[in-house]
Design a protein around this ligand. Structure first.
Ligand code: GYE
Length: 331
């Protein structure tokens, strides 16, 4: 090759290399995480997809992250604590600005949360708690007052028993995931509310894991064991209630009349069943925690003080009131 041609080939290859590097740079930027065009990155570990409540909660978190321009690494733990722990470790490795999670159960978080603390990443508890002696590991908790929800369920039952002039009230309880905060607190609040009422007897309390299928299974077993002794079903969430109702009907009883049905959550499907008369009372538990979460993320990032506990306002929907004007629930 002549010298002139060699020079020409060299400069073409230099230009091509520059173009290739520039292309790589642009495409890397494009495929990089969402943090590039967001101010902050939040790692959120969700419990699972066990209920309408949970799906509503996930959707709300996604929507609000978008609204507040916060990048979101969202991981679904499919009901397993070890998946949540692994997700939190990934968030730490990724150096997110804030971690939020909804602990499936209260115990067993010390190690991973100590790691987050050592990495200087603040942690927000969303919806559920961890056991209180570990409270210095988290910045705050945003979620319902489950004890109060349990109390409201018990207080409704007392009014209903008065109204029906019942002498003895035999209750079966279908409880949520063993050792989770809502299960513990909804049980404790309910028990405390009925404690001084001599008519009230809890025949049995069973674990329904917040699942519709388990609600049905529990109800079948309870009906086999106690049959027409059962006056009341107190169920810790709508999903289990919706599983239990067809079983009550199959056994020949009319839910809402032969058996008083009390539920918690207030998703659309359960509200429709309440309107039809097959559920008597639903204590509201709102999954719409996203706004508070995002506002807290921003405050933590700015080093501002945050409230230790934030509880949303919640209502009771029951056969004591006009149900025609309940706004669409959105979950
Ligand atoms: O009641 C239930 C869900 O932790 C408040 O978990 C939440 C509960 C909710 O699966 O439906």
């Amino acid at each position: 090759m002549k010298l002139k041609n060699i020079r020409k080939a060299k400069s073409v290859s230099i230009i091509l290399s520059i173009l290739a590097i520039a292309f790589l740079f642009v495409s890397c930027k494009k495929t990089d995480t969402s943090k590039d065009d967001k101010d902050l990155l939040l790692g959120f570990s969700q419990v699972g997809s066990e209920s309408a409540w949970r799906i509503g909660n996930t959707n709300d978190i996604k929507e609000k992250a978008d609204e507040y321009n916060i990048g979101l690494m969202l991981e679904n733990a499919n009901q397993k604590q070890e998946n949540q722990i692994a997700a939190i470790r990934r968030f730490i490795a990724y150096k997110v600005d804030v971690i939020a999670f909804s602990p499936i159960v209260e115990e067993g978080w010390e190690n991973v949360l100590t790691e987050a603390k050592e990495a200087g990443i603040p942690v927000i508890l969303v919806d559920r708690d961890i056991s209180s002696d570990q409270s210095d590991l988290t910045a705050c908790k945003i979620g319902a007052d489950f004890y109060k929800e349990g109390r409201k369920a018990g207080e409704y039952l007392i009014r209903k028993a008065d109204d029906l002039k019942m002498e003895d009230v035999n209750i079966v309880e279908i409880a949520g995931t063993e050792d989770s905060t809502p299960m513990r607190q909804r049980r404790a609040g309910f028990k405390a509310a009925i404690a001084n009422d001599k008519r009230m007897h809890i025949l049995k309390s069973v674990d329904g894991d917040f699942l519709k299928s388990r609600g049905a299974e529990c109800m079948r077993t309870l009906l086999e064991e106690y049959g027409d002794k059962i006056d009341v079903v107190y169920s810790h969430n709508d999903e289990m209630t919706l599983g239990a109702i067809p079983e009550i009907e199959k056994a020949g009883y009319t839910p809402g009349e032969d058996i008083i049905i009390i539920s918690i959550d207030g998703g659309q499907e359960a509200i429709d069943v309440l309107k039809s008369g097959k559920i008597n009372c639903i204590v509201e538990c709102t999954p719409k925690l996203g706004k508070e979460v995002m506002e807290t993320v921003i405050k933590l990032k700015n080093g501002e003080e945050v409230e230790k506990v934030i509880h949303p306002e919640e209502e009771v929907f029951s056969d004591e009131q006009d149900l025609s004007d309940i706004a669409p629930r959105g979950y």
